[in-house]
Design a protein around this ligand. Structure first.
Ligand code: ZN
Length: 113
């Protein structure tokens, strides 16, 4: 991702993004997603255990662990993606997401991209 942006104050092209909301959103989303996934994980564990039952007691344990793990992983990843997508919107539209490294001026993305 290249920035062809320049600072509106001093014209420097040494611009960095701050991404505060995106990072916060990803963290919150991961936690919320993993939390929500805990419920789904229980369902996954049950389904895994039921499927594993066919293969005997060991299959049942392995199946429930796999089911719970899958639920947590997918929930966390989905939450992280959703949170960072929301945060990115906040960064771009609400916060001044760009900072000039020369004069420390902060500014948001110009609407004409
Ligand atoms: Zn500047």
């Amino acid at each position: 991702m290249t920035h062809s942006l320049s600072c509106p104050r001093c014209g420097s092209q040494r611009i960095t993004t701050r991404d505060y909301a995106r990072k916060a959103g990803a963290t919150v989303g991961t936690v919320a997603g993993a939390g929500g996934a805990a419920a789904a994980a229980l369902g996954g564990a049950e389904a895994g255990a039921a499927l594993g039952m066919v293969a005997g007691p060991v299959g049942s344990i392995v199946g429930s662990l796999a089911g719970a793990l899958m639920g947590a992983l997918f929930g966390g990843a989905a939450g992280c993606a959703a949170g960072s997508a929301v945060g990115e919107q906040i960064d771009e539209h609400v916060l001044s997401n760009f900072a000039c490294l020369e004069c420390r001026h902060t500014f948001s993305k110009p609407s004409a991209n």
